[in-house]
Design a protein around this ligand. Structure first.
Ligand code: GLC
Ligand code: CA
Length: 554
């Protein structure tokens, strides 16, 4: 049954161990610290945690450069601490998803060390080599402006190796069956330790044909079915959530026509057009993105997000749309990154405007799919633009107004807490917001509760309701004889809309507001006329509050 599929109606919260809480006082977050904050996460109402990489790593790409897939970086604790953590989550009904970073390893990984120093090594063919500099070596970089090429010469190997990302991240030869078997072994290992799935890093690159002779990456989609089969055999309800910033026409290649490949994908298409809609008060491209990403197998699900640990990638927008978003949310060169995105956190992008933050979060909760929140966004944390690249939005969680935001007892934390300006920890922290009934934290907790009471969004079908103005988005979700309508006004001005909500029974003329007292009743010809305040939003149930008595079983 579709309603068995936990990920289709989850609330996913993404965090890094390094930045959450430091229990042993050495200045860097750790698993025992995270353990102590599980009650906070439970109280907030999240149902799944996506944990950023925590395996041993030289940390040159925030842990996305792994040097041992079967361990915990000693800075974060031990495997024992990890299992305590997954157990603590299980006790509270929280699922754990971890990053699966297998497009590349760290150059310090023993596999690469052995491969480079010994041409006869069994690991030699685990990487991608060339004797001469390939003609396309300077193309296809992922981090333009920082990364110069995708091929480097290794003096030890006396050969060139391929790296889609930074030069210290040599690509694994994922076409090699031994590498594929190792990827399955890695998944099996962490499943055994209690995780419910994986956020698979850089999927289009993992499955691309690699090598000096490749002009353009060609994806080997079949590989995905192999991962899926193994996963489902080992653990029936485990999932893969893919990071794949691709065009809608290939979505079904990733999901599989019969839902036989990946369970979830981040909806980058909707993400970028959502930011455009917020910048331009124009929902038309967003509606297009929603419609073009609608086709998916019944068991598949989108992961929706606002910001994540990377830059807000606007590469799929048109040049003029991108300029509009830059202009609105990241006008300074220092706020932009890799010639395609914005590296700021959400709250400063929206100038800390509570109305716009609520609009953004209300949308996140009600777009077709499963919401993925980023730690700290629930209190409106800011960024530190003096930090390089994406690190500006990876500062430690701000717990209280105690030294270092209550994140650590150390005098010299590895990551520094934001301590100045309107986003400093004395202004923005959990402890203070917990006490204030009107805080963003308590608003977020309530909106999460409401999202859980509207399962139609995760499990149902959606339609876009015409409402007469491109500044307002009206969506309807139907599931098991019930319907909800959610409306968002992107304009800084009040807007009045006319809406027709058809139901089977003519008697149901009411839209019951789930968040406030102002309900709406259709006029005699069945039209609702609704006035939204600037950046206003509504969640309505169609018909009365006896909806649960009317819900059908199928
Ligand atoms: C993904 C991650 C990013 C990382 C890159 C290389 O895009 O989200 O943070 O730098 O992969 O692993
Ligand atoms: Ca620590």
């Amino acid at each position: 049954m579709i309603s068995d599929l936990w990920y289709k109606n989850a609330i996913i919260y993404c965090l890094s161990v390094a930045g959450y809480m430091d229990a042993n006082g050495d200045g860097i977050g750790d698993f025992p610290g995270l353990m102590r904050r599980l009650d906070y996460l439970h109280g907030l109402g999240v149902t799944a945690i996506w944990l950023m990489p925590f395996q041993p790593s030289p940390m040159r790409d925030d842990g996305y450069d792994i040097s041992d897939y079967y361990g915990v970086d000693p800075r974060y604790g031990t495997l024992g601490d990890f299992v305590e953590f997954t157990h603590g989550c299980k006790q509270r009904g929280i699922r754990v998803i971890i990053d699966l970073v297998v497009n590349h390893t760290s150059d310090q990984h023993p596999w690469f060390q052995d491969a480079r120093s010994n041409p006869e090594s069994t690991y030699r063919d685990w990487y991608i080599w060339a004797d001469r500099k390939p003609p396309n070596a300077d193309s296809g970089v992922v981090f333009p402006g920082v990364q110069k090429s995708t091929w480097n010469r290794d003096p030890v190997a006396k050969a060139w190796y391929f790296h889609r990302f930074y030069e210290f991240q040599p690509d694994l030869n994922t076409a090699n069956p031994h590498v594929q078997a190792e990827i399955l072994k890695i998944m099996g290992f962490w499943l055994q330790l209690g995780v419910s799935g994986f956020r698979m890093d850089a999927v289009p690159f993992v499955i691309a044909r690699k090598g000096a002779e490749q002009k353009k990456p060609i994806e080997q989609y079949d590989m995905l079915r192999g991962f899926r089969e193994f996963l489902q055999w080992r653990e029936g309800d485990a999932i893969i959530l893919a990071e794949a910033n691709v065009l809608p026409r290939t979505d079904l290649e990733y999901f599989g026509d019969d839902g036989d490949r990946l369970h979830m994908m981040f909806n980058f298409q909707v993400n970028q057009n959502l930011f455009y809609a917020m910048a331009a008060a124009d929902c038309r491209p967003l509606v297009k993105a929603l419609t073009s990403t609608r086709p998916r197998p019944a068991t598949a699900q989108w992961g929706n997000f606002l910001r994540n640990h990377d830059e807000l990638d606007l590469g799929r927008l048109s040049r003029s749309q991108r300029a509009t978003v830059f202009n609105a949310f990241g006008p300074d060169a220092n706020m932009q990154l890799y010639q395609r995105g914005i590296r700021r956190r959400l709250a400063p992008m929206l100038q800390g405007d509570r109305r716009r933050l609520e609009l953004a979060y209300s949308l996140l909760m009600t777009l077709p799919g499963t919401p993925v929140l980023r730690y700290g966004d629930e209190i409106g944390m800011g960024d530190d633009l003096s930090l390089p690249e994406r690190n500006c939005a990876r500062t430690p969680m701000q717990w209280s107004n105690e030294p270092h935001a209550g994140f650590t007892k150390s005098d010299s934390p590895t990551l520094s807490v934001i301590s100045q300006g309107p986003y400093g920890y004395e202004q923005i922290n959990v402890a203070q917001q917990r006490r204030d009934p009107n805080s963003l934290l308590n608003w977020t907790e309530r909106i999460i509760r409401m999202r859980k009471e509207v399962p139609e969004i995760g499990w149902g079908d959606f339609s876009v309701l015409p409402c007469g103005t491109p500044e307002v988005l009206a969506l309807r979700f139907d599931w098991r004889n019930n319907a909800v309508v959610v409306i968002h006004n992107f304009s800084p001005e009040p807007r009045e809309i006319e809406l027709e909500v058809k139901t089977g029974q003519t008697s149901e003329r009411d839209l019951i507001n789930l968040l406030a007292e102002n309900h709406s009743q259709a006029n005699p010809d069945g039209m609702h006329s609704i006035v939204l305040e600037p950046f206003g939003y509504r969640w309505y149930r169609v018909g009365g509050l006896d909806y649960l008595l009317k819900r059908s079983e199928v």
